[in-house]
Design a protein around this ligand. Structure first.
Ligand SMILES: CC(C)(COP(=O)(O)OP(=O)(O)OC[C@H]1O[C@@H](n2cnc3c(N)ncnc32)[C@H](O)[C@@H]1OP(=O)(O)O)[C@@H](O)C(=O)NCCC(=O)NCCS
Length: 117
């Protein structure tokens, strides 16, 4: 999926870094794609190091990825999550994502990226 590594067009790969200490605490990987004529961001991966969880890093990374996607003209953000991954499902629900399809043991969720003035 990443023939040019991090530089592969249409992909946004970011490390999540703690602003104060400079520690890398996780990663987020997003794909930009066009589905049904709509430009959207698909969140392919989001992970925070086990000893850094529960501190708001994933929420902050998600907000930053959404901001970038909005600036790139994406109308919505979409993701797939294992149905039994309760921490992740809660994270996305709290960030405003809604389930819209059950598939392959998981749930597709999405959120409109309306512009924030
Ligand atoms: C899911 C994951 C990314 C969350 O990262 P995090 O930095 O701990 O998340 P945050 O601290 O930003 O938490 C935001 C919200 O998510 C929910 N949440 C996070 N961890 C949770 C847990 N263990 N149990 C229940 N809810 C949880 C809570 O609603 C939380 O808000 P609150 O703290 O106000 O209650 C992290 O647990 C992880 O890396 N898991 C393994 C990889 C993974 O499953 N990624 C998702 C792939 S789709």
């Amino acid at each position: 999926m990443l023939p040019e590594g991090r530089e592969t067009a249409g992909n946004l790969l970011m490390t999540i870094v703690d602003r104060n200490s400079g520690r890398t605490v996780g990663v987020i990987w997003c794909l930009y794609e066009v589905t049904d004529g709509k430009k959207q961001m698909f969140i392919a991966d989001l992970a925070v190091n086990e000893n850094e969880r529960g501190k708001g890093y994933a929420s902050a990374a998600l907000a930053e990825a959404e901001r970038s996607a909005r600036n790139s003209g994406c109308a919505e953000a979409v993701l797939w999550v294992y149905a039994d991954n309760h921490a992740a499902v809660r994270l996305y629900e709290k960030a405003g994502y809604l389930a819209f399809r059950e598939e392959e043991g998981g749930t597709y969720m999405k959120k409109p990226l309306t512009s924030v003035l």
